[in-house]
Design a protein around this ligand. Sequence first.
Ligand code: BES
Ligand code: ZN
Length: 450
Amino acid sequence: MANPSQALGLLCDFIRFPSVSTDPSRASQVAACAHWLAAHLQSIGLSSEVHPTPGHPVVVGRNAHVAGRPTVLIYGHYDVQPEDPVGLWQSPPFEPQIRDGILFARGSADNKGQIFAHIQGVAQTLAAQGTLPVNLIFLIEGEEEIGSPNLESFLQAHREALRCDIIAVSDTSMVAPGVPTLTYGLRGIAAMEVRVKGPTMDLHSGIYGGAVRNPAVVLAQLLGSLHGKDGRVLVDGFYEKVLPLEVWEREAWAQVPFGEKEIEAITGAAAVGGEAEYTALERIWGRPTAEVNGIGGGFQGEGTKTIIPKEAFAKLTFRLVPDQAPEVILAAAERHLRAVCPPGVTLEVVPGHSGEPYVSDPHSAHGKAAQQALARVFPGRSVALTREGGSIPIVNTFQRVLGVETLLLGLALPDCRAHAPNENFPVANFEAGIRLNQTLLEELAKVTVP
Ligand code: BES
Ligand code: ZN
């Protein structure tokens, strides 16, 4: 059986694979990580399989199922985001380092440390008791960070084998250190790339400037047209399907020990802003946004180069809340951009990945069991009920395709720097996650749903 330091050592082995799903040159590393994971699941006493997909493989593990017991599916992902800009890391991204009780590495929080806490919880229960209190399925994919393009068809194809009563996911955050958190909602997402094309080549801006429309200027106009001064999105119909926040959730969120001060301290942003009639948490958890994730085009080198660039582009994502639908929002955004776009350039709008928002009832029988498990692991602290601003699109698909709800039991901290340099995960949270897995399975074993 893995003792605490062995468990941490194994997590470090898991993290050393640079399983960056978006980078085709890393595909063999992603596959190697999947095989290592499957072998590890076998080594702790589960059966496991690596399922190829048109993209990166899916790893499935299970114990011997016993009729009459509830079946719990634990989902996670072994793929990670790119490590760039690599120069800003204090230690190499794929060489895990522990400093002051905090593990630093790409994937330490999102999601290797969190899913591995569940695996170690299961390993330790099996080692101590020889059995688990529930039928268990691990479903660990390698494409979450690129929008899970192959997981829905995998769910459809393996619907029977994946039949379960409840799903648990640790891929979100605790609201603050030591505050047990049950997340019952996630924002959806809809991505698009916008390309503004002008002359067939970069032009001398002295020779042609004033007569030929500049694609970079047009792009700036288009992007600038997306928001009003008050932060509201100006796309026609954008808010049409947005459900208002419930009174109970606004009250519950007002108690959460996290707000503008903390956001400013963590992010270094000079001031927190947004829709005036909402608090910062409400804006992040319960309101939709339009974000520009990247802009390119024209001269990027040192000094000046007097050109009209031939083209400019931007990558956009919209974060969505119930009941907004990604395809409706993408169509509305495209209509908006085309209406604003002046003549003299061509506008290309290319839709990207998308995922529906998710919301569930934290007071369901399974929700109460999860709250009980959290309360046992963090005694004396009341459980925060939250939604989150990030997206795990497959969680909505679980609801739609398998008809099963998901409990989101986040273990990362708000300053975990997910997707950024110096991503980190406290060793104490990893250890709490191991205990949480054990108590969660005990509590879920007691739930009887008619
Ligand atoms: N773990 C995150 C999702 C998350 C982060 C949920 C913070 C709640 C709070 C996940 O790995 C992720 O980054 N998802 C992407 C989804 C996208 C690539 C389709 C996201 O939210 O940007
Ligand atoms: Zn992520």
